[in-house]
Design a protein around this ligand. Structure first.
Ligand code: TRP
Length: 464
């Protein structure tokens, strides 16, 4: 296995996996979903999903990866169930889709660094124009994809692990500083109460579906990213505790992002929380306005810091998204790593072009690309791909991975792998819970959510 490389330490793996989890999903996605989902009620549902459903799926993915030391397709083959490698193929397909639009948003964030440095806070009011200037933001996206490819081409310990070790701690320090700052502003407490005191009247089915999609996306689950990362983990590492740490770190950083943003919105809106439900533009529109209102050198420093931080977080995630198809191409198609990296990255950049131009530049991809949902709502390409990949394929993949591990590969084999490096695992409460969750609870809930989500999102059918 020497030629595949591996993480040089337990901490390296945890940092890289946590870096994969922590990304735009936490800092851009989570706050806007909270804002649209009515605040704290979304947060509560999200937390429940993360800990009782997603954590068991994460443990399963890492165990399958470490057992087989393969990419998501090779892993199923290796265990002797070739027919099931469709789950891995589906995962690679969704990973390619996710990276294609993720990189577009990362490109926007990257460009904002220069806007902030230039003190151009007015970019917030012209966000629509900013993302329509496709040659400019496309170039930012191209640079971002190239940096991602460069890191991945350096391999597991030299590239991914080293980048994550440096970036993760920096990120946390930067965020804490912004949280403390935002809590000192007037009306910040109104933001806090919106964020932390639940109003369960706001809990609709779509809030629940979105919370599930968000949990999977944020934890990088359901497409085999953690099968791939798990394949580089040492046999002596403790999967149970590593996965717990990764989940806590991811959830913690999402919560921190909320703590940073909602008090700022409370301040901006003078306590009315108007604008919290703005959606995907939330951090690109509201935040720069706030930085602008701070003004001067401090506003520039805060704005620049924030978008640098966002790009760091996005980079450790794009790296993991690219690593999955690359590992597949290297292992299964026997292409040299370096060549595989640049080919796959180029291909994904091209697939991302409709997402890039579908925000106002191209009418076709912006509005008339597809019509679905509640009788005729036009949807842009990027939203369509995100709904397809995040909210549908990821929960489906998670469902199949859990079902597979427990009933096809068999529970005792999974337990065997989990027990390696986790001395007290056998006979513990956590073993009993994981057996139940992976075998029955997660497959049942995820299959239901998948079905309801697809019916609701694509066909406008409300089951309840
Ligand atoms: N979790 C990352 C985020 O929150 C995105 C991501 C990276 C991802 N790798 C993934 C999502 C694999 C799903 C699957 O930004």
């Amino acid at each position: 296995m020497a030629n595949r490389g591996g993480f040089t330490s337990k901490l390296g793996f945890i940092m890289a996996a946590a870096g994969s989890a922590v990304g735009l999903g936490n800092i851009w996605g989570f706050p806007y979903e909270v804002g649209q989902g009515g605040g704290a009620a979304f947060v509560v549902i999200y937390l429940i999903f993360c800990f009782i459903l997603c954590y068991p799926v994460m443990v399963t993915e890492i165990a399958i990866g470490r057992k087989t030391q393969k990419n998501p397709v090779g892993a199923f083959n290796d265990l002797g169930f070739k027919g099931w490698n469709i789950v891995g193929k589906l995962g690679i397909f969704s990973g390619v889709l996710i990276l294609s639009f993720y990189n577009v948003i990362a490109g926007w964030a990257f460009g904002y660094i220069f806007e902030m440095i230039a003190g151009n806070f007015a970019v917030a009011d012209k966000f629509g124009e900013y993302i329509t200037a496709v040659f400019k933001v496309g170039l930012y996206g191209l640079v971002f994809m190239s940096v991602t490819a460069y890191v991945v081409s350096k391999g597991i310990s030299g590239g991914i692990e080293r980048a994550a070790r440096l970036l993760m701690p920096t990120l946390i320090i930067m965020m804490l500083t912004l949280v403390i700052y935002s809590l000192t502003l007037p009306n910040s407490l109104d933001g806090l109460s919106f964020y932390l005191i639940p109003d369960f009247d706001k809990l609709t089915p779509s809030v629940i579906y979105n919370a599930m999609g968000q949990a999977f996306f944020s934890l990088s689950l359901g497409m085999g990213a953690l099968i791939t990362y798990g394949s580089y983990v040492n046999k002596s590492d403790n999967i149970i505790s590593s996965a717990a740490f990764i989940t806590l770190a991811d959830v913690g950083i999402a919560l921190l992002a909320g703590l940073m943003i909602f008090p700022l919105i409370g301040f901006m809106s003078e306590g009315t929380m108007e604008g919290a439900a703005r959606g995907p533009g939330l951090i690109f529109v509201t935040l720069p306005q706030i930085f602008g209102s701070i003004g001067g050198g401090l506003g520039i420093a805060a704005g620049t810091t924030f978008f640098v931080l966002l790009c760091f977080a996005a980079l450790t995630s794009t790296v993991s998204l690219l690593e999955v198809p690359v590992a597949y191409v290297v292992d299964e198609l026997k292409v040299r790593r370096n060549r595989a990296v640049w080919l796959v990255a180029g291909f994904i950049f091209l697939i991302g072009i409709p997402s890039l131009i579908g925000n106002g530049y191209s009418d076709f991809f912006s509005t008339s690309f597809i019509t679905y949902k509640e009788g005729g709502q036009d949807t842009d390409f990027l939203s369509f791909v995100a709904a397809l990949a995040n909210d549908s394929i990821l929960p489906l993949g998670g469902c199949m991975i859990a079902f597979f591990a427990s009933h096809i590969w068999k529970k005792h084999n999974l337990d065997e792998e989990l027990a390696q490096g986790a001395p007290g695992y056998k006979g513990s409460f956590i073993q009993k819970y994981l057996n139940f969750a992976i075998g029955y609870f997660a497959p049942a809930v995820l299959a239901t959510v998948f079905l309801f989500t697809v019916l609701f999102k694509f066909f406008g059918v409300h089951v309840f």
